[in-house]
Design a protein around this ligand. Sequence first.
Ligand SMILES: Cc1ncc(C[n+]2csc(CCOP(=O)(O)OP(=O)(O)O)c2C)c(N)n1
Ligand SMILES: [Mg+2]
Length: 526
Amino acid sequence: MGHKVADELVRQLLVAGVKRFYGVPGDAIDLVVDAVRKTGATFVQVRHEEGGALAASAEAKLTGGPGVCLGTSGPGSIHLLNGLYDAKLDGAPVIAITGQVPTAKMWSNFFQEVNLNRLFDDVAIYNAQLVNPQETPYVVARAVREAVTRKGVSHINVPEDVLRMDAVPREVTVKVPETRYTFAQREVIADIEISARPVIIIGKGAQGLGEEVLSLARKIGAPIVHALNAKGVVPDYVPQAFGGLGMSGTRAAREALSRADLLIMMGTSFPFVEFLPDVKTIQVDVEPWKFGLRAPVVQPVLCDVETFLKEVTPSVKEKKEKFYDELQNVKRSWMEELTALEKQGTKVRPGALAKALSEEVPEVPVVVDTGNVTVWVNRHFRVKNPRRFLFSSWLGTTGFGVPGGLGAAFASNSQVLSVVGDGGFVMTMQEVLTARKYGVPVKVVIFNNSSFGMVKEQQQEAGLQPFGVELDNPDFVELGRSFNVPSRRVEEASELTDALRWLRQEKGPAILEVVLDPRDVPPKVS
Ligand SMILES: Cc1ncc(C[n+]2csc(CCOP(=O)(O)OP(=O)(O)O)c2C)c(N)n1
Ligand SMILES: [Mg+2]
């Protein structure tokens, strides 16, 4: 057999630290799948390539990547696109390996011939077609380097016959030097010291730096507000935490921002400018092109959040008057509002469900789908100790929850909570079968309100009649059982705690459907 291009391609990816390959086999990609099999690495046979790409994206969000997904020529690779866009928009390093018809048939309108390089041009940072066997190590190493350092998607398309050609194993050791940042400390510190009401917004760049962010916040009296992808960085129970920002955020965060005289944006380019105050802004980011993206930034700081905090926190003068103290009544009244929404009748209330998840399923990563379910979790899921949440935060794709849970469970080698709406669940529910096949403990909680709840509200707000939003759902428990996955339904509030304990104790994947009142919608904070 010898060492072929497919073998070298897989070998290079394994050398780069790739742990598994998500995909559906077939046609042009079979040689890559076979090369994975021969190495003993994990090939995760998903049921839809979108699920594979979303799982790879979730894995990359959790670990820094790269996640890898595979697609065959034509249709299989077209299916990858939504997951790849999720990775692109959330800056998750993902590599897509796609097959192509043999070179002898290319450009002849052959069966399944799709110009995948053209199709992936917008989604991929690095978009290559491998035609020369000798180039294999370099092309793969570059795909890894580009995905990881530029935080996005690399795509390598390979014609089937090229995969069969002989290749020479070759080490490509490219050490990417670590970037060190410096900035005008004195100016930044002066801006902070003269402000009376600074507010900190954290985003993805503050991931894992909860304690450090809190130290600065305590010293300068700043309330901390999080963009969706920084949920869980800072615990909710400290006086500095004001919750989420934006449509799924809190009234307390809105109020804090409306009174701010200085904004410190750390590792975020939060897109909804209507939520941002028109005040002096210090923006900390490692991507120069992001400065001023949202506001005319006064003080751009080209720096990673960790270095920024290390340099600023010890040097800045402690403020006697803490702005977050002034706002505690605002925070208290928001918490009362949340608590009122969590008051159970006989039926489960969605806010109470999100809160119960935080209490009954501690310590595991939480993957959240897109819909009102995002809002319930962002507001009502109380973070005690910092923990990871994964969202499709920038693409906002419905259907992220189950495949995202699959990728997160593989990557963390632990249980994962996948919180999904009934609409989002059905979009990608086939990946429950994948979780079962590999015994991966994805614990799915379905917020079943029999509708595309968020869309229904958007239609109403726009003065439209709700249309196309009611869902004729299957019996989720029967469905789950037919997947051979333990499944339960909760209809009464009194059953919830017990059901969540059951969910947590199941060894493999499990489904808990919770029946909700479709009229129970999250309040607007604007
Ligand atoms: C792939 C995709 N299709 C459509 C949408 C538009 N969309 C946004 S929220 C939503 C509703 C999701 O319904 P469900 O999962 O039941 O959650 P709910 O809002 O009811 O909590 C839809 C369809 C989207 N974001 N992504
Ligand atoms: Mg719904």
